[in-house]
Design a protein around this ligand. Structure first.
Ligand code: ATP
Length: 454
């Protein structure tokens, strides 16, 4: 049956509702400050959410920093000298067009809604005025107007202002990159869509410095290298890049002021095709501006002692958008047989194994001490071996399997009364639901091997 647009929209809304409910119920994401009535569009990450986030950040760092000879890491301050934001253009340019609906008083971004109020549909609104997205604060005990500071709206400037420090300290030769993972703050006009757009979020960014290009092909080859790396990374997250990602070549009039070329990697979220990551060629805009504004010579001397201002290719990745896209791609509903011969819907988070917050669940068939004791011992041994595990002895084994499927746990280890005799356990695979009998003393090695498989 061909689904009409209304049905498809309903399905997508349902999917988002289910994902949001699952995230909350199982401890991935909670509403921020909830006991005080919450705070709009602020989210806290629970025990599973923080594991998922940490897994993403650690893998990204491993792939793009530790395993690459041409990238080094850095961690810079969240609040920087205000002159940084003057030179980067953020004080002047980092704004969105804000309008107020005269009918229902809703505030919204004029560029996102084709001039119609997203709340009441009215076209009766104020002229657009530029609203700077940087969060303001002040340094020191008194706000006397002379000590205004800003929370960084991106991590990138930390890399630019440290370019000289890093290149001198590491003696890296271009092309090389500086990477950073950290928080960024934007006073977004219209946050929303769960964790998609929030006012504080984390970025994983690389500023990749290249020689001043003599021809277009000189920078395009690096741009293409990073485009491929980004696609490869999305594949590692379990995203089907051919079907779920659209590469949007951003036209000149929509590009940031510094960019010569930008690709937005759009992910097909249930609420629409939206930017997941970006890749930009920032030319020599940043280092040139910081050189001029600071008076520090940020040029680089090549082998022939020529002074050049390097150009920059910037791949940028949002952590929370990675979490959301990953969960959306992994969320699956399947029909499965129940123990009594019926059929039920099985919700499975088919996360890549490396991403799953919990790798193994240990489930004794009965709470009785004779089974619970060896099961708890195995659970502790998993933890000691560095395998993230969970112990669960409540409710039927079927329900416990379903709970683990919902959070994406790749393996369940079940202790039954037979285990006391044959010193073996049943290992169940999340995706195939196949079960294997494995000797208890071999189960850690067995699972370590399995968890390494892609
Ligand atoms: P958008 O067009 O969605 O506002 P942007 O083009 O302003 O995004 P960039 O400045 O390129 O975004 O930021 C780099 C990355 O940081 C984005 O690709 C995204 O993954 C993430 N990001 C940006 N803004 C937010 C936000 N408000 N909440 C969560 N993640 C964000």
């Amino acid at each position: 049956m061909v689904k009409n647009i209304k049905e498809k929209k309903q399905e997508s809304e349902n999917k988002m509702e289910k994902i949001t409910a699952l995230a909350k119920k199982r401890g991935f994401v909670f509403a921020g400050s909830e006991i005080y009535g919450g705070m709009a569009n602020s989210w806290d990450y629970g025990p599973l959410g923080v594991e998922l986030k940490n897994n993403i950040k650690a893998r990204w760092w491993e792939k793009f920093v530790k395993r690459r000879a041409d990238v080094v890491g850095i961690e810079t301050a969240l609040i920087m000298n205000t002159k940084v934001w003057e030179a980067s253009g953020h004080l002047k340019e980092f704004s969105d067009p804000l309008v107020d609906c005269k009918d229902c008083k809703e505030r919204f971004r004029a560029d996102e809604t084709e001039g119609k109020c997203p709340s009441c549909g009215s076209k009766n609104h104020t002229e657009a005025r530029n609203f700077n997205l940087m969060f303001k604060t002040f340094i020191g005990p008194v706000d006397d107007g002379s000590n205004t500071a800003y929370f960084r709206p991106e991590t990138a400037q930390g890399m630019f202002v440290n370019f000289k420090n890093v290149s001198e300290a590491t003696r890296k030769k271009i092309p090389f990159g500086i990477a950073q993972i950290g928080k960024a703050f934007r006073n977004e006009i219209t946050p929303g869509n769960f964790i998609f757009r929030t006012r504080e979020f984390e970025q994983m960014e690389i500023e990749y410095f290249i020689d001043k290009p003599k021809t277009k092909a000189n920078w395009e080859k690096f741009f293409e290298m990073w485009r491929k790396e980004m696609v490869d990374w999305m594949g590692e997250l379990g995203i089907n890049t051919k079907e779920e990602i659209v590469e949007f070549e951003v036209p000149k009039e929509e590009r940031a002021h510094y960019s010569e070329r930008t690709i937005d990697f759009m992910y097909k979220f249930p609420f629409g095709e939206k930017e997941l990551y970006g890749l930009a060629y920032r030319t020599d805009f940043d280092l040139k501006n910081h050189s001029n504004a600071s008076g520090e010579d940020l040029s680089y001397r090549d082998e022939k002692e020529n002074k050049i201002i390097p150009h920059v290719i910037e791949p940028t990745f949002g952590v929370e958008r990675s979490v959301l896209a990953t969960i959306c791609s992994a969320y699956t509903e399947e029909l499965a047989k129940t123990a009594d011969g019926g059929v039920e819907t099985r919700v499975v988070l088919k996360l890549p194994k490396w991403l799953a917050p919990i790798k193994v669940a240990v489930l004794p068939l009965s709470k009785k001490e004779e089974l619970a004791k060896p099961a708890k011992k195995a659970y502790e041994e998993f933890l000691k071996a560095g395998i993230m595990a969970e112990y669960d002895e409540t409710q039927s084994i079927g329900k416990r399997y379903r709970r683990q499927d919902e959070i994406g746990t790749p393996y369940c280890v079940t202790f039954d009364f037979e285990s006391l005799k044959d010193k073996a356990v049943t290992v169940r695979d999340r995706d195939t639901m196949k079960q294997e009998r494995i000797e208890i003393k071999k189960v850690i090695d067995y699972l370590k091997d399995k968890l390494e498989e892609r």
